[in-house]
Design a protein around this ligand. Structure first.
Ligand SMILES: NC(=O)c1ccc[n+]([C@@H]2O[C@H](COP(=O)([O-])OP(=O)(O)OC[C@H]3O[C@@H](n4cnc5c(N)ncnc54)[C@H](O)[C@@H]3O)[C@@H](O)[C@H]2O)c1
Length: 255
């Protein structure tokens, strides 16, 4: 077996792929030879990701808008993906949102929004894609982007931490349920990654200094470091890994 990560001929669907970690995952999997479906709710960034994939790596890529928290959107996304590439081999559940607010001040709507996108969205996409993978009868790979905050607290993020803890538990359950079909399900728990999601937060000097001091490796994670791990997990190099959450956090949770 080659030690290079290759995904030639595989079809990969990446949710939240218009920017940040999702975009980097889409680019990295395209670089490894996969055909890519970029999903997001944001059209401009999605189209840019697709253009970049085609120009840099010459593999087929399409963008399909869908809100992962709505079952009808997810159904349409999966049908359009199958209509275009006839199959789906890889799903990356990356779309996610955050709210930082004291628990006593949270509204029901804020709670629901985070859980709906980050947890229900992962379930809906996994269910719809796994149904196709089971029909295809050739196995499959699912990677969920969780967070260190599914394992440890960093207030004030009650719904975010709950959603990511849920994703880690869901990963274990789906891995066990779908192992008989050859579908491996794993999660990645990034620590602190510089993206649009964290830009404003990291720009506060006090926050930035505290985080960098607290991270044993003394730097933030790059989106491409997460993307390489995702590509490894969906490659043949990781055939025996399932039900796991791999933390990529510069040592944050080792302390
Ligand atoms: N940045 C970090 O430090 C960090 C750390 C740990 C985990 N994560 C997780 O990584 C993932 C990506 O984060 P990021 O930093 O790249 O964030 P980001 O905000 O840059 O990107 C998230 C993408 O998801 C899309 N999205 C939001 N709601 C959606 C929905 N309902 N349907 C489809 N797409 C939707 C957004 O439009 C955006 O393009 C998230 O799940 C996040 O929780 C990020």
């Amino acid at each position: 077996m080659s030690l290079e990560i290759r995904l030639d001929g595989k079809v990969a669907l990446v949710t939240g792929g218009s920017r940040g970690i999702g975009k980097e995952i889409a680019l990295t999997m395209a670089r490894a030879g996969a055909k890519i479906i970029v999903n997001d709710i944001e059209p401009e960034g999605s189209a840019k990701t697709v253009d970049e994939i085609r120009e840099r790596f010459g593999v087929p890529a399409v963008a399909f808008l869908a809100d992962v928290s709505k079952q009808s959107d997810v159904q349409a996304l999966v049908e359009k993906s199958i209509g275009t590439f006839q199959r789906i081999d890889v799903l990356v559940n990356n779309a996610g949102v955050v709210v930082r607010k004291p628990a006593v001040e949270l509204s029901e709507q804020e709670w629901d929004k985070i859980i709906d996108v980050n947890l229900k969205g992962v379930f809906l996409c996994s269910q719809a894609v796994a149904r196709k993978m089971i029909e295809q009868a050739n196995g499959g790979r699912i990677v969920n982007i969780a967070s260190i905050m599914g394992e440890v607290a960093l207030p004030p993020r009650a719904p975010y931490c709950s959603s990511k803890g849920g994703v880690i538990a869901l990963t274990r359950d789906l891995a066990a349920e779908w192992a008989p079909y050859g579908i491996n399900v794993n999660a990645i728990g990034p620590g602190w990654v510089e993206t649009d999601l964290t830009k404003d937060y990291f720009s506060q000097k006090q926050v930035r200094d505290y985080l960098l001091e607290r991270i044993p490796l003394k730097r933030f994670c790059s989106p491409s470091e997460v993307a390489v791990l995702a590509a490894f997990l969906v490659s043949d190099l990781a055939n025996y890994i399932t039900g796991q959450t791999i933390l990529i956090d510069g040592g944050w949770t080792a302390l």
